[in-house]
Design a protein around this ligand. Structure first.
Ligand code: RB5
Length: 147
């Protein structure tokens, strides 16, 4: 898969480690985050990754800020993006299986490096189950259409 990764200044080291890990799993990674630890603004990176996913330049996205929340809020403003914050591996596979999330987010101040890699692997290994979950995902899209 081709995967976009984005981050703010709180998550530079974790981003690097996650990037290497995702590459080691055989995926292509596009780094859309900052590589500087100077204070910056997370919405910029949430938007970049969100647009790349919505425009189908990549298959999915990974976002990391301090908590994962701010950057996920920004990504979710892009039409077609379904991003949620995952701090555990159960959420990480269910967010794909049930919600068909195309972006996951987590917090560099919340999860440790090993947990972050486990979260990413759980998400990447999972598949959308469709069926009743498709109905609910369609309902979310209808809300988005209403604006
Ligand atoms: C930056 O200090 C911090 O606010 C940001 O990384 C993130 O946690 C926002 O949700």
């Amino acid at each position: 898969m081709k995967i976009a990764i984005g981050n703010d200044h709180t998550a530079v080291d974790l981003k690097m480690e996650v990037m290497e890990y995702v590459k080691s799993l055989g995926h292509e990674v596009v780094n859309m985050g900052t590589d500087s630890k100077e204070s910056c603004h997370y919405p910029e990176y949430g938007e970049k990754v969100g647009r790349a996913v919505a425009d189908k330049e990549v298959d999915c996205g990974i976002l990391i800020c301090g908590t994962g929340v701010g950057i996920s809020l920004a990504a979710n403003k892009i039409k077609g993006v379904r991003c949620g914050v995952c701090s555990d591996t159960t959420t990480a596979h269910l967010i794909k299986e049930h919600n068909n999330a195309n972006v996951i987010a987590f917090g560099a101040r919340i999860v440790g490096n090993e947990q972050a890699k486990d979260i990413v692997k759980s998400y990447l290994d999972a598949e959308f189950m469709g069926g009743r979950h498709q109905i609910r995902v369609d309902m979310i899209r209808e809300i988005e259409e209403k604006g």
